[in-house]
Design a protein around this ligand. Structure first.
Ligand code: PMP
Length: 403
């Protein structure tokens, strides 16, 4: 795989900021978009723009067939059993909300919801709200000292027969990888429903939801080289079909009268209103982009680059790395001695380096680590060694300035 040809497909990467070439190390927040994604969305607006599903004219038929073709692509991409198990949402956050809201009638007082301690707020707050509505109880699954999910504590919690187990596939703040196959299998043995948040995994790892055997798997288009405003909720058909719809209105109904509304079947039942059509089409192009890559080679290349980044940072001195395991995916979390993460981020930005600083929407995890926040450098398929070297050089000068 020729990385410079691949990078040339991403127009944003070609810019410089204040004379410094852009060094984009914030892919975990959102990935850059290849030209074919931008072109696919432009093409829809320029040639095929119409609402889907509900008109007799050709434009609408073209828009509908492109929109529904992406559902088929996703079915194949994550190996779902049926196309109706793929629901389009606006992102991971909405996908989890659809599930947590949809289970309201199925949960009762005192039932247990287990949540990964390193989870993103999107995989914590909807469960807390569900608990408030139903009297259920949310308990965090503790972490070990090296920020892995604590298997012993997890097994002990499973003995309390939780109703739901919500896991991250990969932590967005640290990049740590959860052994989700094992965790899901254990949860199933205990009779729990399982949701896996794949927002940080989907661009880096091949996902097979049937092999994983989870009940729900969720992710966002914008973290996998696709557009913002589009997300995916995969659900096992029976459980998906039992969810109370979060949104009601057009498209999700079969018949409406003032006395009674009959809801539509899946997938429409959970897709009320006009969907983000261009975004779905853009996501389809992003899947084409990913599937055209030699995925094993890309994975090996990304792991080598991440390990190089971890190694270079650790050798810089005065750097605190958080849970920098060799099997982490996509991201490195760190602080420079006691310096404020925001100061480090701003000084890096002045040298063209884009990293993310803050609590990374994982405040409970930050509390566990005893931190207000940290910096996170994250990589994508287009990141090269020069990006890492530029970043390390910039960190040296930030260190000289601050320490
Ligand atoms: N979960 C994880 C692990 C994430 O990284 C993110 C995005 N930072 C989300 C959920 C929320 O995704 P979105 O903002 O696209 O809904």
């Amino acid at each position: 795989m020729d990385l410079s040809t691949l990078r040339s497909q991403f127009p944003t990467l070609a810019q410089s900021n204040d004379g410094y070439p852009l060094c984009y190390l914030d892919t975990a927040a959102t990935s850059q978009k290849p030209q074919l994604v931008i072109d696919a969305m432009n093409h829809y607006y320029q040639c095929d723009n119409a609402n889907v599903h509900r008109a007799a004219h050709q434009l609408s038929a073209r828009a509908t067939s492109q929109y529904e073709a992406v559902r088929d692509k996703l079915k194949q991409f994550i190996n779902a059993k049926q196309r109706s198990e793929i629901i389009f949402s606006h992102g991971t956050t909405e996908s989890i909300n659809i599930v947590a809201n949809g289970l309201t009638e199925q949960l009762s007082q005192g039932q247990l919801i287990l949540v990964d301690s390193a989870a993103h707020h999107a995989n914590i707050v909807p469960w807390q709200q569900l608990a408030k509505r139903t009297g259920a109880v949310v308990k965090p699954i503790p972490l070990t000292a090296d920020c892995r999910l604590d298997l012993t504590a997890y097994k002990a919690l499973l003995e309390q027969q939780p109703a739901i187990v919500a896991l991250s596939h990969v932590s967005n703040a640290l990049g740590t990888l959860n052994p989700v196959h094992e965790l899901v299998a254990l949860a199933k043995q205990a009779g729990a429903l399982t949701l896996v948040d794949g927002a940080q995994a989907i661009a880096h790892l091949e996902v097979d939801v049937q092999a994983l055997a989870c009940d729900f798997y969720v992710f966002s288009g914008h973290k996998m080289y696709g557009p913002t405003g589009i997300g995916v909720l995969y659900g096992r058909f029976d459980i998906l079909d039992s969810l109370r719809p979060l949104l009601t209105g057009g498209e999700m109904i079969k018949t409406v009268s003032f006395e009674h509304t009959e809801f539509n079947s899946l997938p429409n039942r959970l897709e009320a209103g006009t969907p983000p059509i261009a975004e779905v089409i853009g996501l389809g192009a992003a899947i084409d982009f990913i599937q055209a890559l030699p995925r094993e080679q890309v994975h090996a290349q990304e792991q080598a680059l991440l390990n190089y980044l971890q190694d270079k940072l650790s050798k810089l001195g005065d750097i605190v790395l958080y849970a920098a395991h060799s099997d982490n995916i996509g991201a490195v979390a760190f602080n420079l001695a006691d310096e404020h993460h925001q100061d480090v981020g701003i000084l890096l930005d002045q040298q063209g380096i884009a990293v993310r600083c803050g609590h990374h929407c994982a405040m409970p995890l930050m509390q566990t680590l005893g931190l207000k926040g940290c910096c996170r450098a994250s990589i994508g398929v287009y990141t090269n060694k020069a990006d890492i070297d530029n970043f390390i050089d910039a960190m040296k000068s930030v260190k000289d300035l601050l320490l």
